[in-house]
Design a protein around this ligand. Structure first.
Ligand SMILES: CC(C)(COP(=O)(O)OP(=O)(O)OC[C@H]1O[C@@H](n2cnc3c(N)ncnc32)[C@H](O)[C@@H]1OP(=O)(O)O)[C@@H](O)C(=O)NCCC(=O)NCCS
Length: 343
């Protein structure tokens, strides 16, 4: 018989506070048109994006995360010392080691909280939220800080007309803590690694450093291009439209609710046409508020859901206690959907 003792945490978990940080520089489509052959009309109608934010040198992954986290901590009404774990989801922090989460945990003044990064592309927020819920319920941490943060402008090839207009920078954070009632539903998540080639880095870091220069992509001046995110836009678009609505429906079913019970829908902000199509397929009633933050934020990958959540609450389009369906999907391919109560 096992002699191992275990801990028990809270009966359930919930999101207690949210915060966001958007870089100060707002980049309109006109700036994107300086490097690609396109038009403002095309970008707006095909993606929904009008402007996005790009970070400056001071707006690092850590700095943006700390700003967003400070707001989330204040919104949750807790102190940083009470945070037992910090989970950062990002694909655009350039130091391979150590994890940026440890710097963030230290600078926020947590009491040596457990801290680590995860890589789950545009599903990263849902993945981190699921880990946080587990930690709160099993007693590993009373409060968990979940951060989705990206500086995708660093990984964007501004000469690639299929991606140059898509990506933005920013950080979103939530505090997950104890609850007497369930306020985070079961996560429906998974991966489809057979489609891993549809969204990827143009050149792996080791090949960028050591590879045969004649085989590497060059810019207009003949210099080797910095690695960037590339995607098969149409293939990803079709996958998102056809498969992700099913996953969203499974998350509703798992939480035991119907579209009528929903107040808010916060899908990953990848393309406004994907969002509109999911709303239609899920037959979301008129009363459901739908996040279309992509218009002014672009695709910020792991940051997109918490940023959109924060904005809906800040503008009054959604309110505390609302029931929201969140779904993230992207590079991997990976996905994660769950129903949550808004903080
Ligand atoms: C990237 C995306 C906006 C492109 O929209 P699309 O409608 O699929 O566009 P297509 O790739 O089919 O291209 C349509 C036409 O526009 C052209 N085109 C491509 N980029 C263009 C641009 N920036 N400006 C003008 N025309 C462009 C293409 O060459 C093509 O021309 P053709 O019909 O003469 O061949 C869209 O595919 C998308 O959002 N994909 C999914 C993104 C996503 O979810 N990513 C998740 C990652 S997190």
């Amino acid at each position: 018989m096992s002699k191992i003792k275990t801990r028990k945490g809270a009966p359930y978990a919930r999101i207690l506070g949210v915060g966001g940080y958007r870089p100060t520089r707002v980049v309109p489509n006109e700036v994107i048109l300086e490097t690609i052959d396109s038009s403002d009309e095309w970008i707006r109608s095909r993606s929904g994006i009008e402007t996005r934010h790009w970070a400056n040198d001071e707006e690092t992954v850590a700095a943006m995360s700390i700003e967003a986290s400070g707001k989330a901590i204040a919104d949750a009404g807790i102190r940083a010392e009470q945070i037992g774990a910090v989970v950062v989801s990002t694909v655009s922090h350039f130091s391979q080691t150590p994890a940026v989460a440890t710097e963030i945990a230290d600078k926020l003044g947590t009491n040596q909280a457990a801290a680590f990064d995860i890589s789950a592309g545009c599903a990263g927020f849902g993945y981190a939220l699921t880990l946080a819920k587990g930690m709160v319920v099993d007693g590993s941490a009373e409060y968990v800080l979940v951060i989705g943060v990206e500086r995708l402008s660093d990984l964007t090839d501004l000469e690639d007309r299929t991606t140059a207009f898509l990506f933005g920078d920013g950080a979103g954070a939530v505090i997950v803590g104890p609850s007497e009632e369930p306020h985070i539903g079961p996560t429906v998540w998974g991966s489809e690694g057979d489609k891993s080639d549809t969204i990827k880095q143009t050149v792996p870091w080791n090949e960028f450093r050591l590879g045969d220069v004649s085989q590497l992509p060059l810019d207009g001046k003949g210099n080797v291009k910095f690695p960037a995110i590339t995607q098969e836009g149409q293939a990803v678009f079709r996958w998102a439209v056809f498969e992700m609505a099913k996953v969203a429906q499974q998350a509703l079913d798992a939480a035991g609710i119907t579209p009528d019970d929903l107040d808010v829908f916060i899908p990953h902000q990848a393309n406004v046409r994907i969002i509109d199509s999911m709303v239609k397929t899920l037959k979301l009633p008129e009363h459901v508020t739908v996040a279309r933050d992509i218009r002014t934020t672009g695709n910020t990958s792991a940051a997109s859901i918490p940023l959109a959540m924060e904005r809906l609450l800040a503008t009054g389009e959604a309110k505390s206690g609302d029931t929201a369906l969140v779904i993230g999907f992207g590079a991997g391919l990976v996905y994660a959907a769950t129903v949550v109560t808004l903080p």
